[in-house]
Design a protein around this ligand. Structure first.
Ligand SMILES: Nc1ncnc2c1ncn2[C@@H]1O[C@H](COP(=O)(O)OP(=O)(O)O)[C@@H](O)[C@H]1O
Ligand SMILES: N[C@@H](CCOP(=O)(O)O)C(=O)O
Length: 356
């Protein structure tokens, strides 16, 4: 029976300064999948062994580099993971997925989180599995193992999340190498392996309010930093002083961003961080100077500034003066010979959606 539907998933900015692996906001920049299932038109699937033809719009980020085989592409590989956990080896015959991706890859705007959320929703829809968003988050967390981007992309808005303690048996299931969760690209052969289903309710989250006057300025450098590399430069242990520094700010920031009018004297210092940004400066030229030199007193309207996710994008929260703030940061990057683009974004309040 022919079917078509659309999946849309927002970009995200994780951490928001002190909330490393905890805070995230969904951003109004959407990865979309137009999905058609039509058994009569099976040739359109490019003879894919998993019955899935993939195409990207030419203006998509990563258009010329993302893989188009269903067992290599992050979105469809994730969908196959969900299907295979639930007794379906392949997509339904004649599945076509047309993707539009405006989220820059490897810049700290949650492109992989959005791709994983989209893949899980795709598996859920084509397999007609009927999972709730909460259960779909479990599947996402088997792949992208920190909850901040995934939760923001799935739920939208401004969210805080944590992973519950797992039993040793659940831990074994969750810590299984990613290659065994997603399967290695097999060149078309179905290895018949059944991947591990996720434990139940791994992630817990809360949605905060957000003062809608606050807009997100994303200043996006023209180079990529992979999240894995950017996590690799972080220490394994912290001093109590640095942890308390972040915890104090985190507690204040989540409410400060709801207040009306927003108070820059509170938000700017509450967005300082000692857990990830100081270590990531080795990967992002100019980071320390940029974060310390653009302030609410030099740029009225600015509320706070931080690294977006694992970087290299800079996120500035502001109520006014957006262009001047962006240009100042772009100029500072250009002194390091780094070009940038910028976007003014609203929060994506609704999160990931499926529509007909
Ligand atoms: N729309 C997409 N389609 C296919 N692969 C994607 C897509 N978005 C992201 N990816 C994969 O995720 C990688 C980027 O992930 P990551 O390093 O976590 O950066 P980001 O901060 O953008 O999430 C890309 O190089 C690509 O392999
Ligand atoms: N908390 C994570 C967030 C990574 O976000 P991304 O958008 O860079 O994938 C981290 O800081 O590593």
């Amino acid at each position: 029976m022919p079917r078509s539907f659309k999946i849309s998933v927002p970009a995200s900015s994780a951490n928001i300064g002190p909330g490393y692996d905890v805070l995230g906001v969904g951003l109004g920049l959407y990865l979309t999948l137009d999905v058609e299932i039509n058994a009569k038109n099976a040739s359109a699937t490019n003879n894919d062994p998993n019955n899935c033809g993939i195409s990207y719009s030419e203006d998509s980020e990563g258009y010329s580099s993302v893989p188009l085989k269903s067992d290599e592409n992050l979105i469809t590989r994730t969908a196959l993971y969900v299907l295979r956990c639930n007794n379906n080896r392949t997509f339904p015959s004649g599945t076509k997925v047309h993707i539009h991706n405006p989220i820059p890859l490897g810049r700290g705007l949650g492109s992989s989180g959005a791709a994983v959320v989209a893949g899980v929703m795709l598996g859920n829809e084509v397999g007609q599995l009927g999972f709730s968003k909460q259960r779909m988050l479990d599947y996402c967390l088997m792949i992208e193992r920190h909850p901040d981007n995934i939760t923001a992309a799935m739920m939208g808005g401004f969210v805080g999340s944590f992973l519950r303690d797992l039993t040793p048996a659940e831990m074994e299931r969750r810590e299984i190498p990613l290659s065994e969760v997603l399967g290695e690209p097999s060149g078309g052969e179905d290895t018949g392996l059944v991947p591990p289903s996720p434990p139940m309710d791994i992630g817990h989250h809360v949605s905060y309010k957000w003062n809608k006057a606050i807009k997100c300025i994303a200043i996006i450098p023209n180079f990529e930093v992979s999240t894995a590399d950017s996590r690799g430069v972080l220490p394994h242990a912290y001093t109590a002083k640095d942890l308390v520094f972040n915890l104090q700010r985190l507690a204040v920031l989540t409410t400060a961003l709801t207040q009306d009018p927003p108070n820059p004297q509170l938000i700017y210092p509450a967005m300082q961080d000692r857990v990830h940004q100081p270590y990531r400066k080795t990967l992002i030229p100019g980071l320390t100077e940029i974060l310390s030199s653009v302030t609410p007193s030099t740029y009225p309207g600015l509320l706070g500034i931080c690294l977006s996710g694992a970087g290299p994008t800079i996120l500035a929260l502001a109520v006014d003066n957006f262009e001047d703030i962006a240009e100042e940061i772009i100029n500072r990057f250009s002194k390091k010979n780094i070009g940038c683009t910028w976007k003014l974004l609203e929060l994506a309040y609704d999160g990931a959606q499926v529509s007909n």
